[in-house]
Design a binder for this molecule. Structure first.
Ligand SMILES: NC(=O)C1=CN([C@@H]2O[C@H](COP(=O)(O)OP(=O)(O)OC[C@H]3O[C@@H](n4cnc5c(N)ncnc54)[C@H](OP(=O)(O)O)[C@@H]3O)[C@@H](O)[C@H]2O)C=CC1
Length: 392
């Protein structure tokens, strides 16, 4: 609804665009959507007076945001998910001297233009078009500018508009971390592998299908029936409708898999590990982990201890059956995005933008993501230069 908009210092889309049109190096404030406390969609507040980002370390860059995208973690973080761990990491030196994470800017994806480089930055210069996934402990991209480490940033694919490019980095870095770093897959070792993606129609799934197909894997995907066309269009070889009945039944009739990427979680792990080839290094990697819930609930030290105990006991239990059990996590990576940028420009990976919103419509964009049932990504256009706004 619009109630959350009425009580903030609201402006129209045209006014927002005007606000965004000029920058100067002595600027101290910028427009942004912030939260001042954790909660529902009513905590999102538009302000023209968010602190302008400052380069604190010589390897940092300031990026002028052209487009941002939302992920499920933005909704979770708005509600306080990971607060203990993330706020400690966010400002370990208490540079802001506030002792508080607020006002907090959400938004984990950015496509934009480098505006300023720290003294040690070699690979970027002012004016470069870049994209990045922003770690959850940093201020986000629902703002005119964002500060990042240069090693989190990468040259944006030339073939994509900023709007399209913003839809990729966070899910791409997550899929890369889970499949490559944790799962051990590479572009060279995928051709003979059978991969199962549980939950193929959302952000991570629509990206992972394309990357694995580009690397020559055989890809089976579970999704709702109405997403079958989408995932087949992205290259899925075999599609199983999870809404037609217990999905483990049809999956159990298939040849066993070398790797399972689980984007669904819940009871899945009670049956999914049985779908792996035993005793050949096959891995189950789940992205749905209780790591931050543990630290929220138990504090950082006890939460990490609990996490370590849980994951070690599960890994051991499954190792005795000849398969590996792993938790996958998002990891920011400019170098991974460099490789992905090349794959995009080579036509192997495309942006899957389900819906796009103006900067003035951030609360509506959140509502869209909260409803679930994503078919690709939800993007927010922040400033001009979004280029072609075509939907896919
Ligand atoms: N550990 C980490 O660091 C990270 C974890 N994640 C987590 O990974 C998961 C996926 O993220 P993301 O792709 O961005 O989320 P999205 O919201 O974009 O997509 C989720 C998709 O899963 C589908 N889905 C829901 N239930 C099932 C089911 N039982 N079987 C198959 N498909 C299902 C939904 O469609 P429909 O309901 O219509 O079928 C939707 O398309 C989320 O839980 C997210 O929190 C993501 C990034 C990093």
């Amino acid at each position: 609804g619009t109630s959350n908009i009425a009580d903030c210092d609201w402006m129209t889309a045209e006014e927002a665009a005007r606000q965004l049109s000029t920058t100067s190096s002595n600027m101290t404030v910028m427009p942004a959507w912030v939260i001042d406390k954790y909660g529902g969609s009513d905590v999102l507040r538009f302000t023209k007076n968010a602190s302008f980002p400052i380069i604190h370390y010589p390897n940092e860059v300031i990026v002028k945001v052209h487009a941002a995208a939302l992920n499920p973690i933005d909704v979770s973080m708005r509600g306080g998910y990971g607060a203990a761990t993330l706020s400690m990491k966010r400002d370990p030196l208490n540079i802001n001297q506030t002792g508080s994470e607020f006002p907090l800017i959400l938004g984990r994806d950015v496509s934009g233009v480098i505006m300023e480089c720290g003294l040690d930055v070699k690979y970027f210069k002012e004016g470069d078009e870049v994209w990045a996934a922003i770690p959850p402990w940093k201020q986000g991209s629902l703002a005119e500018f964002v500060v990042l480490s240069a090693n989190e940033v990468s040259q944006k694919p030339k073939s994509l508009s900023h709007t399209e490019a913003a839809s990729i980095p966070y899910v791409a870095c997550t899929a890369w971390s889970a499949l490559v770093n944790t799962g051990g897959l590479t572009k060279e070792n995928c051709t003979s592998k059978r991969i199962l993606i549980l939950g193929g129609s959302g952000g991570v799934g629509t990206f992972a299908i394309q990357m694995l197909k580009a690397w020559g894997a055989h890809v089976t995907v579970t999704c709702s029936q109405n997403a079958e066309r989408l995932v087949r269009g992205l290259g899925a070889d075999h599609v199983v409708d999870y809404t037609a009945g217990p999905v483990e039944v049809p999956l159990a009739t298939l040849e066993k898999f070398d790797l399972i990427l689980d984007n669904v979680g819940g009871a899945t792990e009670s049956w999914a590990l049985g779908l792996l080839k035993p005793w050949c290094g096959a891995k189950y990697v789940t992205l749905v982990t209780p790591f931050l819930q543990n630290t929220d609930m138990l504090g950082i030290a006890d939460g990490m201890l609990q996490t370590g105990v849980t994951v070690a006991s599960k890994a051991l239990k499954h190792l005795t059956k000849g398969v590996h059990y792993r938790w996958g996590f998002f990891a920011p990576s400019g170098p991974a995005l460099d490789d992905i940028s090349e794959m995009v420009d080579a036509g192997q990976i495309r942006a899957v933008v389900e819906e796009q919103f103006a900067f003035s419509q951030v609360p509506q964009a959140f509502q869209k993501v909260e409803k679930g049932h994503a078919r690709g990504k939800t993007v927010v256009q922040i400033s001009g230069g979004g280029g072609d706004d075509s939907q896919h």
